[in-house]
Design a binder for this molecule. Structure first.
Ligand code: BES
Ligand code: ZN
Length: 860
């Protein structure tokens, strides 16, 4: 959108982005007939509406549809003709009636036609190759946030709930799926008319239909609900794992919420081209293939965890989001934060060994990383235009939102919290709610004034840094709060939060675990004896950072470290690293802390350590790299010996994943020759005998080999990517194409992102991955600038902004200037605050480079 001066600006009066409430729908009867060869569809609908006050005009949402005819029929059978006009800028269809109609019940009839687009929104087409290598098409939908209006004219706002009767006219050999159960099927010639039962009352963004040559699994019944998985033919052997978690999560949620599943059946459908991870259409949940289909004997823990998460997340939405929906998009967190929180609960319930709440610390850290910026936003945030709704799907809604819910749950107690949630859902079922309704219900269930506490987290930007120091007597502590910011600002710093502080203190009179509520700038907390060492935010559930006075920090590291749980070590490392980025802590001090952790085997701690080392790798001058590599080899050398390449017998998955993190880091940013050589040998063996490498190690080995691979290997990997038998294998080889070091090869990868070799649902992420590769970043940056217009045209909305995340790797003052200039003239419509956040993060990094580079050179 570089030269958009000529494009009409949408009107920002409330009347232009919210539909009038004078006409409200109660039922839609929609018939659609897609043409999978011409990429078009024809449709007509009857919408039953209640007219509340006399109107001469009916306004609905519609975009990229042509409307042939529209009229209104009154209860007593009178037809009132209408003239239609489309306003593409405000995405509206206005039906001007020949005469005013009075309050009462009417049916609106509209005949329309549209295109099956390839932008992965609205009613769109997806392609795949069948077993004969022939290209096949399927038609599917993605309506959230505001794209139902691309498939049929509708009152496309979440609180205008209605029931939907869908009829699809399809090729007689095709399968058609929608939200509700099949009602009837009738074949006429080459066509089949498929009629579905009416849905429950729900929002337009949850309507879905999928049409094509689909193959379904056997039906599995849980609590009387039949569950099936669907995919393009030949993939049913990859459906078992997804089915297992779906069955477990569905019954878990019905019990947790104390409310039965709101639909009558549940289909989980894998779609080859899918913009997001998955979509919670009631009864017809759609997924990208990597998020549903897997060969569990060959997948890594991370790949399996992803599927369990996504399935559980979408099923959590069947209640949170589908049964009870936010009134408007500003309350999106009620949907997404809850689904994320519930997803972790359900996966934790299914596989306690996965320690899902510990692993969630990695996601929480991503939210911290954005929320520490001045350009963060409040969890609940004003939304007007459709593109602003799109901008709400970010880590602040999901991960920060889920974190503050977990914090509240832990503070109140799990069962009290559950009762409040259940009450909220049953109070608002088949309707809409706002944040305040949630606090009403939780206050009623808990008898605690949670609104006051939670408002400070939901309606204020940022999060606190809690500083702890010994009081004068040594038998107590001071807790001080100020807002945590990467770029200091004395005014912003003042924000106060209601911080539930859980702590564990070791004193000369024994150990205490207790909680305090920090609502002021400072409080004093008394301890039973003289303090030895203390962990603040013990268990890691609080959404705040912690900083220890030098003395307490020293004692924590020298005396406490060996007794800390892994989550507390994670937070110690992550908070110290954040302190480096914010300029509170020097980089050498951080690296010293890492050297105290050479025995670390926890996957999450290792992941955060390796993340920070990758950052340093991106920050330093290439001439300094050998020193960083030597440091990494020293830091992870013990771990490498400890883990070894081959797994022991009774290892759990997390431990295996930890091994792959250690070897992955040594073989890539650590440039450890021995690791690289061994990885290459193993890869050669793996091609003959795929069982010779433990499943978790395969992705790491592929990355290592790519990192030092030549053109021949690149060609091999490209072939493997194209011929892959599982979505995971496809994804591993594809992402490896961004990990090569030779600029010529990276250039090829970049070209593949826009020439059709790579699907548009991953291409933007591959551009970002090349930008994250120090050998390719300038190349990718140049490519992105040159091909911007093409990318705007072909990449799905929403993914372009995620691609731009790549620029945060351009840690260099000169490149930073270029990035600022570029985004000053190139706007990303759906990005919300994302671009500002990337720019600020880049600035933080460039500042750190300037400040710490010399210190670092002296340290090595
Ligand atoms: N409702 C979202 C899908 C969505 C995302 C629609 C963005 C419109 C814009 C869905 O429930 C979701 O959150 N999907 C996540 C995966 C989930 C496990 C966090 C996704 O698609 O990334
Ligand atoms: Zn969601």
């Amino acid at each position: 959108m570089s030269n958009d001066a000529a494009v009409a600006e949408p009107n920002l009066n409330v009347e232009s982005y919210r539909l009038p409430r004078s006409v409200v729908p109660s039922h839609y009867e929609i018939t659609l007939e897609p043409d999978l060869e011409k990429f078009t569809f024809a449709g007509h609908e009857h919408i039953t509406v209640k007219v509340i006050k006399p109107v001469k005009e009916i306004v609905l949402n519609s975009i990229e549809l042509t409307v042939d005819k529209a009229h209104v029929v009154s209860d007593d059978g009178k037809t009132i003709d209408g003239k239609t006009s489309l306003d593409e800028v405000n995405e509206r269809l206005t039906i001007s009636l020949v005469s005013e109609i009075q309050p009462g019940t009417y049916k609106i009839y509209i005949k329309f036609a549209g295109i099956l687009n390839n932008k992965l929104h609205g009613f769109y087409r997806s392609t795949y190759k069948d077993k004969n290598g022939q290209e096949q098409i399927l038609a599917t939908t993605q309506f959230e946030a505001t794209d139902a209006r691309r498939a049929f004219p509708c009152f496309d706002e979440p609180d205008l709930k209605a029931t939907f009767g869908i009829t699809l006219i399809v090729d007689k050999n095709h399968t058609a799926i929608s939200n509700a159960k099949l009602k009837s099927e009738k074949i006429e010639g080459d066509k089949k008319e498929v009629v579905f039962e009416p849905t429950v009352k729900m929002s337009t963004y949850l309507v879905a239909f999928v049409i094509g040559d689909l193959e379904g699994s056997k039906e599995h019944v849980v609590d009387n609900i039949p569950i099936r998985i669907w995919a393009v033919p030949g993939k049913m052997h990859l459906s078992h794992f997804g089915l297992d978690i779906a069955k477990s999560a569905l019954s878990y949620f019905a019990r947790y919420y104390g409310i039965p599943y709101p639909g009558t059946k549940l289909d989980l459908i894998a779609i080859p081209d899918f913009a997001f991870g998955a979509m919670e259409n009631l009864g017809a949940v759609t997924f990208r293939e990597t998020a549903l289909l897997v060969d569990e004997t060959k997948a890594s823990h991370a790949e399996l965890e992803r599927i369990a998460d996504v399935v559980a997340h979408e099923l959590a939405h069947m209640w949170f989001g589908d049964l009870v929906t936010m009134k408007w998009w500003n309350g999106l967190w009620l949907n997404e934060a809850f689904a994320t929180f519930m997803e972790i609960l359900a996966v934790d319930n299914w596989k306690p060994n996965w320690k899902r709440w510990d692993t969630f610390s990695v996601s929480r850290a991503q939210a911290f990383a954005v929320d520490g910026l001045q350009s963060t936003r409040t969890i609940e945030f004003p939304v007007r235009l459709p593109e602003e709704a799109q901008g709400m799907f970010d880590v602040l809604t999901y991960e920060k939102g889920a974190s503050v819910l977990r914090m509240l749950e832990q503070y109140l107690g799990a069962e009290t919290f559950r009762k409040g949630v259940s009450l909220y859902l049953s109070n608002n079922k088949f309707a809409n709610a706002e944040t305040t309704d949630l606090w009403d219900a939780i206050e009623e269930a808990s008898k605690h004034p949670v609104r006051k506490m939670m408002d400070s987290w939901i309606f204020q930007e940022g999060h606190p840094l809690v500083t702890v120091s010994s009081d004068e007597s040594g038998t107590g502590i001071y807790l001080d709060q100020e807002r945590f910011l990467f770029l200091a600002d004395s005014k912003l710093k003042e924000t106060l939060f209601h911080v539930p502080v859980m702590y564990k203190a070791v004193t000369d009179k024994g150990t205490v675990s207790d909680k305090a509520l920090l609502t002021q700038k400072r409080i004093q907390v008394k301890l039973p004896g003289k303090l030895k060492w203390i962990v603040i935010n013990v268990g890691g559930h609080g959404f705040y950072r912690v900083s220890y006075s030098p003395q307490l920090r020293q004692r924590l590291i020298s005396d406490g470290l060996k007794d800390l749980e892994s989550i507390d070590r994670f937070n110690l490392v992550n908070n110290t690293w954040a302190g480096v980025l914010a300029g509170h802590t020097s980089l050498p001090e951080y690296l010293d802390l890492l050297l105290a952790l050479t025995k670390e085997t926890d996957k999450n701690v290792l992941e955060t350590i390796v993340g920070s080392l990758s950052f340093i790798n991106a920050m330093i001058d290439p001439s300094e790299k050998p020193k960083l590599q030597a440091f990494i080899q020293k830091l992870l050398g013990d771990a490498k010996k400890h883990f070894g390449w081959q797994p022991g017998k009774s290892e759990n998955e997390l431990y295996r994943e930890a091994r792959s993190i250690v070897f992955g880091a040594l073989g890539t940013i650590g440039a450890d020759e021995e690791t690289r050589k061994e990885a290459k040998e193993l890869y050669t063996k793996y091609q003959v005998d795929p069982s010779c490498i433990e499943a978790n190690m395969v992705p790491a080995i592929i990355r290592i080999v790519a990192c030092c691979g030549d053109e021949k290997l690149y060609d091999e990997f490209f072939k493997e990517f194209k011929a892959a038998q599982t979505p995971q294998s496809e994804n591993r080889y594809l992402t490896a194409l961004a990990a090569f070091s030779d600029p010529k090869l990276l250039e090829r990868t970049l070209n593949s992102t826009i020439n059709g070799d790579i699907r548009t649902n991953v291409a933007p992420m591959i551009v970002a991955a090349v930008m994250a590769n120090t050998k390719g970043r300038e190349l990718a940056w140049k490519f992105m600038q040159e091909k911007w217009q093409t990318m705007e045209e072909v990449f799905p909305a929403g993914l372009l902004s995620r691609m731009c995340n790549g620029v945060t790797n351009l840690i260099d003052a000169k490149l930073e200037k270029e990035v600022i200039q570029f985004f000053a003239t190139h706007k990303v419509k759906e990005a919300g605050k994302l671009i500002d956040q990337y720019l600020e993060r880049l600035h933080v990094s460039v500042q750190l480079k300037e400040k710490e580079e010399a210190k670092l050179a002296a340290y090595w």
